[in-house]
Design a binder for this molecule. Structure first.
Ligand code: UTP
Length: 275
């Protein structure tokens, strides 16, 4: 069972300036719900109940979002608008939320390392909320699918998606042996490879389940691509021990860290859930 989920939300979201000057990227709404809430809902659906956030300066509104808002809740009490706030109220009541700051933006690997005390010595999920994953009709979410894969193989799991050649340089890319349909035992991983160096077209997206031995491996990982401590480099060490599975998930994924992906996701969510 995977009980805990880590949300690295410390990044600056520079692609969304000026919106992200004072508002965290993860609080930008897809229709009427902030991106980060979609991520938390996906983790809860997967059976997780402890949400740990790695935050930074200017990210206080994420903490406020997962807290009671007495004034507005009192103002709308008894009105038809209560149902709008009910889902997040239930998340707050039924789950635990913890926050820790990443003082310096040293990369995703470093952000995850900041979660060591919160995650402890058990396997945990990681959700990058700017990757929005939406389940197919009558199917479970990506994290729930990954928990099953983790339970079967007992090691770290990364979600992968086939990506067109011209976009492969934006991702961590895996090489591996197929274990079963859509499931690969990872043998190699490269962060942001040039098109000609990519070992496959299978790109890692923002969903992971990591076993706790990732922490000492991150600790001994130096700065990689872009001078950042890359989670891919630490995962490669687990992969060399045969302990990383890549899983081609079912469902839709939108790169909401980019303007195009964000608009596409907004239109999709509006058409599917609001019309
Ligand atoms: P990105 O590089 O995509 O996000 O990091 P960003 O820096 O927020 O966005 P841009 O590129 O400036 O527009 C991927 C994820 O890793 C987190 C980010 O918050 C995001 O969810 N991250 C990245 C951290 O928490 N800390 C870091 O040092 C780096």
């Amino acid at each position: 069972m995977v009980r805990k989920c880590l949300f690295p939300v410390a990044g600056y979201g520079t692609r969304f300036l000026p919106a992200t000057k004072a508002v965290p990227k993860e609080m930008l709404p897809l229709v009427n719900k902030p991106l980060v809430q979609y991520g938390v809902e996906e983790a809860v659906e997967a059976g997780m109940s402890f949400m740990g956030f790695i935050t930074g300066r200017n990210k206080g509104s994420i903490e406020d979002h997962f807290d009671k808002a007495f004034e507005v809740e009192t103002a709308i009490a008894g009105s038809s608008k209560e149902k709008l706030i009910e889902p997040v109220r239930a998340l707050i009541e039924e789950n635990e939320f913890a926050f820790k700051r990443q003082n310096e933006m040293k990369g995703l690997g470093h952000a995850i390392h900041c979660g060591e005390v919160m995650m402890g010595d058990e396997a945990f999920g990681v959700v990058l909320a700017d990757d929005l994953c939406i389940a197919d009709d009558n199917d479970e979410g990506v994290m729930a699918q990954m928990v099953k894969i983790h339970e079967k193989y007992g090691c770290s799991v990364v979600a992968v998606q086939e990506v067109p050649e011209e976009n492969i340089h934006k991702y961590g890319v895996i090489a591996g042996e197929q274990e079963e349909d859509g499931v690969y035992r990872v043998s190699d991983m490269v962060e942001k490879p040039a098109r000609e160096d990519a070992p496959s077209n299978l790109a890692i997206i923002g969903r992971y389940i990591l076993t706790a031995d990732i922490f000492p491996k991150i600790a001994e990982t130096g700065a990689g691509v872009n001078g950042e401590i890359q989670i891919t480099d630490a995962l490669l060490k687990q992969a060399k021990e045969g302990k990383v599975i890549a899983y081609k998930f079912r469902g839709k994924r939108f790169d909401c860290g980019s303007l195009d992906g964000f608009v596409e996701a907004t239109n999709y969510v509006y058409e599917r859930f609001f019309k």
